[in-house]
Ligand binder design. Structure first.
Ligand code: ADP
Ligand code: ASP
Ligand code: MG
Length: 401
């Protein structure tokens, strides 16, 4: 069979029927050159946000199963329009929902994970059709219910399909590639030509919204080369791969900002209890990913802080309710006015003084930080959200991002 490539087009790239038609023309040209294409698409423009807004007019705590059924229609809208456009151009194409494409998932509704994809089915379809248009962000669980993969999840659908088929993955979006930081915040940021899975994973996990972290993790595990570039532009994009050219190495590769975080502090007076164990059990049961964990035990009192995603707010409230019922006198505070800013670079392993430089640049410019955590290749600071743009600019200038 001909070479197969997986391509993904994000929400802003398919935000109008005209854009869908233009992309379809481009796909026709590619397919005429002899490639088989699996095209993963997101919902048009801000469709997902609009659907969520409608829900918020009904309740703050929607049934997650129904939410998944609703959100999946965004992507289903795009696949059918694109396949209609392709057929109209004479391309042998077919649209597939996540379930039709055999994307099996496990875990909770609204944040399900891909368990596997039925490769035989996709291969058979590729014998009959030149372009398969697959709905990103969605799959189905063991009860044949529609599930979704969490915001930005179409990236993950695309890379998982590429890993299953053994194809490369091209991700098309509204920027020309991965920059050292979000160019909307620091427009002077430079584009990166090549970046390692490890650094991209750290940047994504710490808030660089250009790629969903799960997709980078899958790419790393299955060695899928990702090329990310601007939709219908000739400008060269960014390669994400295992080994990058050492000559391009900087000590700090990027600065990530995450404003959509909750900063949670819990206090409980009895340090001999299983309070901390139960807290982590509950966070795990509700699939809440936490970061920036710090724990202080003073006299008999435990004080534990962490950050998590704003999207997890409802689940977090349930966890806190459960703990308050089980442990008398638990106190909690949730702050929404913090942001997490991180510097990332595998060069930090070998070069000392990076922490000192970043501390200095933030403090000497009056930016307070409330918590600091490090990994081997990153340093993260919890700062006032209002200082975000200033802090990103200062760190980018300091480290030539
Ligand atoms: P899509 O809808 O195509 O999935 P997203 O909005 O999810 O697109 O991601 C692209 C956006 O990511 C860009 O418009 C940019 O503002 C933002 N972004 C954040 N960090 C970075 C970065 N380091 N490099 C490039 N873009 C970034
Ligand atoms: N439409 C979904 C979202 O807006 C998934 C995606 O675009 O990747 O989050
Ligand atoms: Mg995205």
């Amino acid at each position: 069979m001909n070479r197969t490539t997986v391509l993904k087009f994000g929400g802003s790239s398919v935000s109008s029927v005209n854009k869908i038609k233009e992309i379809s023309k481009y796909l026709k040209e590619r397919s005429e050159k002899g490639e088989k294409l699996v095209v993963v698409v997101s919902a048009m423009g801000a469709t997902t946000d609009e659907l969520l807004k409608k829900v918020s007019e009904i309740t703050d705590n929607p049934n997650p199963r129904e939410l998944d059924t609703l959100l999946s229609i965004g992507e289903q809208n795009t696949i059918s329009l694109m396949s209609i456009a392709l057929n109209d151009l004479g391309v042998k194409s077919r649209s597939l929902t996540g379930m039709q494409a055999g994307i099996k998932t496990f875990g909770k509704h609204t944040k399900s994970k891909i368990a596997g994809i039925d490769v035989d089915f996709i291969s058979k379809e590729l014998e009959k059709y030149d372009v398969l248009v697959v709905a990103g962000f969605q799959g189905f669980n063991e009860n044949f219910e529609i599930t979704t993969l969490g915001r930005g999840g179409s990236d993950t659908s695309a890379v998982a399909l590429a890993a299953t088929i053994g194809a490369p993955c091209e991700i098309y979006t509204d920027v020309i590639g991965v920059y050292g930081t979000d160019p909307r915040i620091y427009p002077e940021a430079k584009k990166i030509n090549r970046i390692s899975y490890e650094e991209m994973l750290e940047l994504s996990a710490l808030g660089a919204g250009v790629l969903e972290p799960r997709c980078v993790e899958i790419a790393k595990n299955y060695n899928v080369a990702i090329y990310i570039a601007k939709t219908l532009s000739e400008t060269k994009g960014t390669w994400i791969m295992a080994n990058t050219d050492l000559l391009e190495k900087k000590v700090v590769t990027g600065v990530a900002l995450d404003k959509d975080i909750l900063h949670v502090t819990l206090t409980y007076v009895d340090d001999s209890s299983n309070f901390v164990e139960e807290l982590f059990n509950q966070l795990d049961q509700y699939s809440i990913n936490i970061d920036m964990i710090s724990q202080v035990v003073f006299e008999n009192s435990i004080n534990i802080s962490f950050t998590c995603k704003v999207d997890d707010k409802n689940d977090l409230n349930e966890v806190i309710d459960n703990l308050e019922k089980a442990f008398n006198g638990v106190k909690h505070s949730i702050r929404t006015d913090f942001a997490k800013i991180s510097i990332v670079g595998s060069g930090m392993r070998d070069v000392s003084g990076v922490a000192a430089r970043s501390f200095r640049v933030l403090s000497s410019n009056g930016i307070k930080f409330y918590q600091v955590t490090t990994s081997e290749i990153s340093i993260s600071y919890a700062i006032d959200g209002d200082n975000s743009t200033k802090a990103v600019t200062l760190l980018c200038k300091e480290f030539d991002i």
